[in-house]
Design a binder for this molecule. Structure first.
Ligand code: PLP
Length: 380
């Protein structure tokens, strides 16, 4: 019998996503309340679906230019001015398969094997996975729950081989929005240490109080910013995002993108054009729904004495379940005893050992049922 040749250490050693792990543990039993995925509950707005359908019926679906059709890059450049408050030329925009694709390109642009990259803990785990694929070393900086899950850049331990820091505001998994002076402090620390700042701004339009500050408003020379159509327009399955970077970075990145995905999906890019031209009025409605869900969740945890902080953006809340035990154990009991799926904080690093992340992208009814189940475990 011939044995199979070995697989790479990369595929055998990359940790599994803790979000997928709890979802797999829950399986597809009927009647579960799903609060694990950061996925909008709404349909993609109708003008976007219609434009995509029309493109499929009328156009040849072909490869597009690697960084995206110029018309879409121009529309994105206008959006950056209108929504994010800064000027970036269309040549600075790189359209990618999801924000996750943009983040990978940003990291690939600056990390050599053996370099270090600073990442938030708790943070969206894909960034660490991407760093490992690039054979770089993730070094984590803490987000302090006692300080609303904000970082303290002046306290960061930055190794000499560090090339970049990734920040994420509005943040997953916490919903924190960094105030402007914090973004400025981060930019100053990055400048002192010669770091790029890779700013994950995929939740840029989902905020409830103060508008987030883009890194490009503060320090455009050493900045890259990651955006997505997934969250703003309920388009997770369309897989479209974009990177904004200095034009000298975008240009050579085309060779990297050419090697791994050639171009983003043409139908998704046609849909994205419609999102930017004809679906603007849907966004405030969706954000208002997330705000109602955030308010509901915060008022429930307050009522039960479980309040820790108020998320100001994205659509997540970290709930302290320390009274019931370690987060992973509580997450499993929540599934088996209560039929509710939430993600243990350990899926996002080492700092959140006692929290569960619930997604506020779920319906109000599911949020209420899920939080009541958590309360019963914590206080029962
Ligand atoms: N960045 C953060 C912080 C996220 O939470 C997500 C998705 O959950 C992404 C990036 C990537 O989103 P997408 O690849 O769907 O655009």
């Amino acid at each position: 019998m011939t044995s199979q040749p070995p697989l790479s250490t990369l595929v055998t050693s990359l940790p599994r996503s803790g979000i997928r792990a709890i979802a797999a543990f829950a399986g597809n039993r009927p009647g579960l309340v799903h609060l694990e995925y950061g996925e909008p509950s709404m349909l993609t707005p109708e003008p976007i679906r219609k434009a995509a359908a029309q493109a499929v019926l009328e156009e040849r679906m072909v490869y597009t230019p690697t960084a995206g059709p110029m018309r879409l890059r121009e529309l994105i450049s206008e959006k950056l001015k209108r929504v994010n408050g800064y000027d970036a030329a269309p040549e600075q925009v790189f359209v990618t398969p999801g924000g996750v694709g943009a983040l990978f390109l940003a990291l690939a642009a600056v990390l050599n094997p053996g370099d270090a990259v600073l990442l938030p803990d708790p943070g969206w785990p894909n960034a660490a996975g991407q760093a490992r694929i690039l054979q770089a070393e993730p070094v984590f900086y803490p987000l302090d729950p006692k300080n609303g899950f904000l970082p303290d850049p002046d306290g960061w331990r930055i190794p000499p081989h560090c090339k970049a820091v990734v920040i994420n505001s509005p943040a997953n998994p916490t919903g924190a929005v960094f105030p402007r002076d914090l973004v400025e402090r981060i930019a100053r620390v990055a400048e002192r240490h010669g770091l790029w700042v890779i700013s994950d701004e995929v939740y840029d339009q989902i905020y409830f109080d103060r508008a987030p500050t883009s890194i490009f408003q503060v320090q455009p020379e050493r900045a890259m910013a990651v955006y997505s159509f997934s969250k703003t327009y309920a388009m997770t399955g369309w897989r479209l995002g974009y990177l904004v970077a200095p034009a000298q970075v975008v240009e050579p990145l085309q060779r990297v993108a050419e090697a791994i995905f050639s171009s983003s999906s043409m139908v998704a890019q046609r849909a994205a054009e419609a999102a930017l031209t004809s679906a603007g009025e849907y966004v405030p409605e969706m954000v208002a729904a997330y705000r109602r869900r955030r308010d509901l969740a915060v008022s429930l945890v307050r009522e039960w004495g479980l309040y820790r902080y108020t998320p100001e953006g994205a659509f997540y809340l970290m709930v302290d379940v320390s009274a019931a035990g370690p987060a992973e154990e509580v997450a499993r009991r929540l599934v088996t005893e209560k039929g509710v799926v939430a993600v243990p904080g350990t899926a996002f690093g080492r700092q959140a050992q006692h929290e569960l992340r619930i997604s506020l992208a779920a319906s109000e009814e599911d949020i209420r049922r899920g939080l009541e189940a958590i309360r019963d475990l914590v206080q029962g």
